[in-house]
Structure formats: C-alpha cells, structure tokens
Design a protein around this ligand. Structure first.
Ligand code: BGC
Length: 771
C-alpha cells in the first residue's frame, strides 16, 4: 500500500478543514506528490446478473437477506464495503495536484462514494450531505436544490410532522440527484452557544432534539435511502474540533446528549451513525469502545453501521475493534486505515474475520432494511424534482420556525404604514444560510456576492428569496432599502419612515465558532442607532443560534427567523404581515451574556496544531444543559427555552396527569382566546417534589403543538417517557424512578409555568432502553 507523504496529507486536511488557501500550502513548503489510494483489488464485474439470487427476495427480512449474501462474499468484497472515497475532484484543496484517485463513478462534487459489487447485485453507496438538503462541495457548478431552514429552525417549529415532511422532501431530492445515503440527522446538544454548527443541530433538550431529528431521519429514509445521525457524540464546538477531548461521566452523558441520540434512534431508526471528530474521555469518537460498542451497539441494539466523519478515523486495529464499521471520505484521513491496512490486520489476527463480517453485515443490513436493493439509483434525475411542491415544504417549515420574541404591537405590519425602511443583511435580495459541508446551493445562484474572505466554510450564501420583494408585494406602503453601512444616513432615513425593519445577521459555519454572541460587523450599533431614531423598529434576526441583543429595550418587536431556507424571504414577509401567525418557540435558551454559560471562555486554542490535545470539561454542567443550567443556577436568560409569542392569545387549562404505563400521561386544554387563527406550543415539564438526584429542578417531558381557530379549544394528551422521570445508574445500566411525588407543570416556556398537578409514582427500575 502506498501512502502520501505525511506533510502533504496534513496540508491537504488542513486546507479543507481550516480554510487554508492553496497559496498558503505553498508557503508551508509542502511538496504535493501524486498519490493513489490503495484501492482494494479489482473485483469481478462481469458475473451474471444477481437479480435471481436468493438475497434479492424482498419478502425475506433484512437480516436473512444479509446472511445469504454475506456467505457469497470474498474478503476483498467485504473490505470494499468498509472503505469510502471522497467524491470530489478536490483540486481546490491540493492546488491542482492530485493527492488521491478521485472515483469518477461517484456523483461529482459530493461527499462520498463506496463502489457497489455488481456480481452480487450490491448497489454502490452514493453519499450526499446533509440535513437541510442536497449539498454540493465548493464547486463552480454546484447542483441547485431546495434548502430547508436550518436544523435549529426546524427544532423551533416544535412540530414533528414538519420535521418529517422536510426530511421526506430533501430525501426525495437526494434520490433524484443520484444519492442513496444522506449525511443528515445532525443533533449534538447545544452546550455551547458559539458553536459554528448549532445551525445544523436541534437545540439543547434531549426530548425535543430526539423527536425532531428522529422524525427528519424517518422522512429521509421514506425515500429508500439511508440517513445518518451525527456527530456521535458530544461534538459541541468547532474550535479545535479534530483533537478536543471532551470529559463527561457516563451518567451525565446518558441523561443528555446520548439520550437525545437514543430517542432519535428509536424514532428515526437511521441506517447509519456518523462518529465525530472529537475525542470523548480520552478516545477519538471513531475508536471509542464505550460510545460505539457499549452504548450504541450493545445497549441500544443498533443494527446499522458506524461511518466515520471525513478525516475522523485515526487507526486500523483500534477503530475496527472498538466499533467503526466504515472509513469515510478517503483521502481525508492520515492513512487508508480500512483499505490494505485492515486486510493486513485481519490476516495477522489483530482484527478477526468475524469482525469484518460484522462490519459488512451492518452495512448490508442497513441497505436491505432501507430498500436500497429494490430501489436502484438512476443517476441524475434532478429534472424530475418538483421544485414548486418542495418550495412549499421548506416555506411551511420556515413559517412555523420563526419565533416572535418580542412585540409591543408593531407586528403584524400595520396596513396604514405608508413608508417602510428595510435595513441590512441583503434583505433586498435574499436570506442567509449556514456554511460548510452542509451548504445547499439554490436555484438562481448567490443573491449577494460572497463576503467570506477565503475557502472553507465559505462561500457565504444568501439565497435569492427576497424578504423585501415579498413584503412589497403585500403592502401599499413604499418600501425602500439601505444596507446600513452609513449609520448616520440610515438613522436619518429611519427617522422619516413609518416603520423600520432591520435585518440582523450572524453567519456561522462548520470549522469556526462565533467569537461571541454579538451580531458581527457592527450591526448592534446600527440597530441601536435606528431604534433611537425611530422606536417603531422591528428587528428580524437571521442567526445560527442564540445571540445577545443590547438594543432589545429600544426596539418594538423582534423576530428570530434563523437561516430560513430557499423560500425564507416569502416566509418572513408572510409572518411580518400576519398572513402567517408566528408559532415558533425557542429550542435553546438565549443567554443574557456569555458569563451566564458554563464556559464563558471556550476551551481549545485554535492556534494549537493537530498534535496538541486540548481538553474541555463537560462535567462542569454534565447533563445540566441549557435551561436546566439556568434553572439550577437561578439565572435569568435573555429569552428562555420554549419562549415564543403569537398575534393571538391562548389559554391553557384543565391539566390532569396520572401514572401511565411506565411513565406519566398528562391531559390539558388549549384555547385560542384571541381573534386570529394560530398555533400554540404547550410544554409539559416534570420535576420531583423531593430531591431525587436529578441534574436540574425540571426537565421537558412532553409537548404538543396545537392549531386553533379563534375561540376554539382542543384537548391534548401527551405521554412522558419514563427515562425523563428517572436517573441513569451506570453500574447496573438501568434507569431508576424514585418512589415519590412528581410535579407535572404545564407551561408556555421554561420560565412561565401556567398550572401544575402532582402525580405519585412507585419506585421502578427500567432497563437501559427505558423498558
Ligand atoms: C462534516 C460532516 C460531513 C462530512 C462530509 C465533515 O467535514 O463534519 O458533517 O458530513 O464532512 O462532507
């Protein structure tokens, strides 16, 4: 097996992941030598068609079919399945010199490719990023696809059917684009408000994140493609993401991030789990026996396969024996660990044949289970994408995701307004999206020039869906735009307008954390100046996650629109005008300052190189993540988890609760007491009356989003999973519910309880899966 020179490999990975330009590689003095990965030996492709083979009988279950085909496979064929290639001609990261053989059978400019085995009818695995739609690696000719709002936005809908519909839509575009594996299902809990990838995830609560992501995965897989769930696990910051070592106790992890993954796994049944870049308790995630073998495969009974993140494999023997099933994205790793080296390790007895069988079995099982054999890909069929229908799916998601944070009556926009000034964030032409490997490119190209200085995770993409044009189409007022760069002139224009709508943006992207929680580029000063000139100022935020709002008291209304996707401009305008009544609620606490958070200063100095091993201590907060931390410490956030206003009003009443099954069921009535149709998110928190060793005073136990016409009411019954009433016991691997009284609190946010009842629970011990 050949191997690229270490320096060149390192430069290659750094260039991609740290946005180092190719010119800089030159200055590093790296000599880029041609290198071809040790591809497994050529396999017979000319054998008779496999259609009549017994494993092609779709009436058999996935496990039986897997066993049948596995028996026919040679060692070389099994090895072929466990080794994936980056499917992009990565000249952009090598300065034009080829460092690896780009597998031309994969879809161009995509995340990955694992060749099929035609003699056995095993299809190729064609992999695309990511959670908001079909992405393209940076390319002059990106595929143009529908983008959902960011993951955190979908979590803000608190609507599992919206998450499912979004997943089903992007999965259908993936299939029609020639992909049968979608690298979606991002869901690391929001422990770090500055995390550059918070936009890809589902907020801070295990139940909400698990339900939303699980439903998205289910939707994707309804297209007979495999979805991942990622990045497993505890990948909550980008700073030094390749080496940071996260310390956390088993119990705390099982009650927080791992619980979120456990719920999503049960709901979505992803065919694959992507292990993360970071280390956990001293071991890289992709060779972490506790995470992969113990928790995921043994305790949860996960039958699918673990694929590495791109560049997250660090060994052959340790990775194989500790639970990694497929090395991804060659040539991101330092070595082709699962190619020739794995064969050698097996032949020398360091990895058993049985383990190779297990790897192949898991991959094949996921492929059978998701119908990849029965539903072969047919190359690029993107002309068949129903862009109008898909546009409606993303627009609905965006509309349900927008959170009305504050409103002193300025919204919906008054019909009497004659002049509206729109300021900032290119709101005249488009809406923002998040950067990195998940980047989906829109039909029509970038609405505004790329403002990111160089390389990955750029470009900074504004989708051509203009909030301003969509608003103008709905109002008789004259609508004008200023970019806000001349603060004095903007304030002067604001003073003359009937209404000012300032757009504030925070672009975030993979590989970079936000430096702080302020809006960048001096936007806070612009908003303050505008609000002082005209109190009739509405702020629309397009951010990756929580931000602070030093101008909050001076403005009349605030909408959090997140990254709202390719129909985001339309969605924002419809919410501004009241055509859509806002119903989003925060899936994460907005702190008043970084000083309130567990880590005011981020661990892991980005200036350290790959050989340094920075640490971060998640036992500081343990499972006390987000609102639980704020509750525990008695801190008042800027906006609490679960918060979201409406243009109508709701009442919550009639709460009753009882022990039911192993958990609790709660029933209540939601009434629309206002004059407009709308949807409310009723939240049920649970809390032990006497101390039961919980990580926090209360936990979200269940929620229901209820749509109601004015004057109408509806009864909802929700159930609380027993694990949310228990503590995890690491020694016995059981969940224990302590006997006693538990408060069941009906609330409109984590800090606004409406009513509460008490339920007595008997002592219970449940297995590791809450059964
Ligand atoms: C990201 C993954 C992504 C992969 C393939 C990595 O840099 O962390 O989320 O799926 O690249 O593009």
């Amino acid at each position: 097996m050949t191997s690229p020179p270490a320096v060149a490999r390192r430069a290659l990975r750094l260039a991609h992941k740290f946005a180092i330009s190719t010119a800089l590689i030159g200055t590093l003095g790296v000599s880029l030598l041609a290198f071809a990965a040790a591809a497994p030996a050529a396999l017979a492709q000319d054998a008779p068609a496999a259609a009549s083979q017994p494993w092609m009988d779709a009436s058999l279950d996935a496990a039986a079919r897997t066993d049948l085909v596995l028996k026919q496979m040679t060692q070389a064929e099994k090895l072929q399945l466990v080794f994936g290639y980056f499917s992009t001609n990565a000249n952009w990261m090598t300065g034009g010199t080829k460092l690896f053989t780009f597998n031309k059978d994969g879809m161009p400019d995509s995340a990955g490719y694992v060749p099929g085995i035609p003699r056995l009818g095993i299809p190729a695995q064609s992999q695309t990023d990511a959670g908001v739609g079909v992405a393209t690696q940076r390319s002059p000719t990106p595929r143009e696809r529908t983008a959902l709002p960011s993951g955190i936005a979908t979590a803000a809908t608190w609507n599992p059917s919206v998450a499912y519909a979004g997943g089903a839509m992007i999965g259908s575009e993936a299939r029609l684009s020639g992909f049968n594996v979608q690298l979606a299902g991002g869901m690391d809990l929001l422990r770090e408000a500055r995390n550059g990838r918070n936009f890809e995830y589902s907020g801070e609560d295990p139940w909400l994140a698990g339900v939303i992501t699980g439903n998205e995965i289910k939707g994707i897989q309804s297209n007979h493609i495999i979805s991942t769930m990622k990045h497993y696990a505890l990948n909550a910051q980008e700073t030094n993401r390749f080496t940071i070592d996260v310390k956390i106790a088993d119990q705390a992890a099982r009650q927080s991030d791992l619980l979120a993954f456990q719920f999503a796994n049960e709901i979505g049944k992803p065919g694959s789990v992507m292990c993360a870049y970071n280390r956990v308790n001293g071991y890289y995630s992709c060779e972490n026996a506790w995470l992969l073998n113990d928790v995921l495969k043994t305790d949860w009974g996960f039958k699918g396969y673990v694929m590495s993140d791109w560049g997250a494999t660090h060994s052959t023997v340790a990775a194989a024996n500790n639970g990694l099933d497929q090395e991804s994205g060659w040539a991101f790793d330092k070595s082709a660990y699962f190619a020739g080296a794995l064969q050698e390790a097996i032949n020398n007895g360091y990895v058993s044949e049985a383990r190779l069988d297990d790897m192949a079995r898991r991959i094949l099982w996921a492929m059978f289970d998701n119908g990849l054999f029965e539903h072969p890909l047919d190359g690029d069929q993107s002309a068949k994408i129903d862009r109008v229908a898909n546009g409606k799916v993303t627009q609905t998601d965006a509309e349900e995701a927008i959170v009305l944070l504050k409103n002193n009556g300025l919204l919906p926009v008054a019909k009497s307004a004659k002049s509206i000034l729109i300021v900032g964030a290119h709101a005249d032409v488009g809406v923002l999206s998040g950067g990195g490997s998940s980047q989906v490119y829109p039909v029509g190209g970038l609405a505004a020039p790329d403002e990111f200085p160089a390389g990955f995770p750029g470009p900074k993409v504004f989708y051509p869906s203009s909030p301003m044009k969509a608003l103008q189409a709905r109002t008789k007022a004259s609508v004008t735009y200023l970019d806000g760069k001349d603060v004095a002139a903007t304030a002067a224009a604001a003073a003359k307008a009937d209404l000012v709508i300032v757009f504030g943006e925070q672009w975030t992207g993979e590989s970079i954390d936000a430096p702080d929680l302020n809006l960048p580029l001096g936007q806070d000063a612009v908003i303050s100046a505008v609000a002082k000139a005209n109190p009739k100022t509405v702020v629309v935020l397009e951010t990756g996650g929580p931000v602070v709002m030093p101008w909050l008291n001076d403005v009349g209304a605030v909408l959090e629109a997140w990254y709202p996707g390719t129909s985001g401009g339309e969605a924002i305008a419809r919410v501004l005008t009241g055509e859509v009544n806002p119903s989003g609620h925060l899936p994460a606490t907005f702190p008043a300052s970084l000083a309130q958070t567990p880590r005011p200063v981020l661990d892991g100095d980005p200036k350290l190189d790959d050989n340094a091993h920075p640490h971060t201590d998640y036992d500081i907060e343990g499972a006390t993540v987000g609102y639980k931390w704020f509750d525990q410490k008695g801190l008042t956030p800027l906006f609490p988890f679960g918060h979201g206003l409406s243009y109508t009003t709701f009442s919550l009443s009639g709460l009753s609760a009882k022990a039911s099954g192993k958990g609790i069921s709660a029933t209540f009535t939601v009434k629309n007491t206002g004059k407009l149709a709308g949807a409310d998110v009723a939240q049920v928190y649970v809390s032990p009356v006497t101390a039961a060793g919980w990580e926090a005073p209360k936990r979200l136990g269940a929620f229901a989003k209820v749509s109601l016409k004015p004057g109408k009411s509806g009864k909802s019954t929700v159930t609380v999973d027993p694990r949310l009433l228990a503590t995890y016991n690491s020694a016995s691997k059981t969940w224990t519910i302590a006997a006693g009284d538990y408060k069941v609190i009906l609330a409109t946010s984590a800090t606004t309880p409406v009513s509460e009842v008490t339920v007595h629970l008997d002592a219970q011990t449940l297995d590791v899966n809450g059964q």
